[in-house]
Design a protein around this ligand. Sequence first.
Ligand code: NAD
Length: 286
Amino acid sequence: MNIQLVGVVGAGQMGNGIAQVAAQFGFNVIMTDVSGAALEKGMATISGSCDRLVKKATMTEADKAALLGRIKTSQDLSALKECDIIIEAATENIDLKLKIFKDLDAVAKPAALLVSNTSSISITKIAGATKRPEQVAGMHFMNPVPLMKLVEGIRGLQTSDATFTAVRALAEKMDKTFVESTKDMPGFIVNRILMPMINEAVYTLHEGIASVEAIDNAMKLGTNQPMGPLTLADFIGLDTCLAIMNVLHDGLGDSKYRPCPLLVKYVEAGWMGRKSGRGFYNYAAK
Ligand code: NAD
């Protein structure tokens, strides 16, 4: 399959990163979001990220201008009607994703592939919201997309070999390493393992076992992770962490996946991590 035009739904942390990397590797991109402000912020983030690459001399000003020139934005999903593949990276909410895929199925050309960047939600269920389930797959990028090497590929029950081959080839053209999760189970590989660790770190805080800084330092220095689990949770977004824990809990039915009440409280307070200025750390103050 000859992919030239890539659609991205959602201009948040992940969507703008995916749009940037797709454009960096020569694809034309249309990025959509329901929010005009999110599109503006997304484009500003891409521009800032390119500036850092220019400073490091890994990108020229001309490359930056060409990259930005390959990305168009729209608040209207029907702008994606000519796309060869559409990568959905909207908020981690199952009802929202099912609605987006139903709408995408109606606007996208018949040959288009529809993939989700979901962290945990069933690809099989998302595919079932469309009339082209064999052309739907999971393409799970990591945050921040321009820096992280992995794309986790997830086959829904209905995903065809041709679709999965095309998704793998696209990831490799974006200079990513593609690792396949052979079963479409909640959390796939990365979040099945990572999120319970983050949730346990929140319990460690909740039960007063250690401070935020002590938990992060202990895990950084004691297990050789580049950042502590609470710092990482703030990066990911606490709403996303909670949504993934809920998917693990509901989907696997085991109480070991119950979200920590403190994580629930933080999200109720609007403390979503870096993107809201406050999470386990206070970013607004810096
Ligand atoms: P985010 O909150 O930064 O961005 C979500 C964006 O989706 C927002 O701009 C919002 O306006 C937009 N949106 C909401 N409803 C929409 C709709 N109907 N149509 C179009 N856009 C809509 O979230 P994020 O961190 O970018 O996460 C997006 C997806 O990527 C989620 O499924 C998440 O699980 C997944 N993901 C996140 C990470 C991470 O570390 N944050 C990593 C891998 C995958």
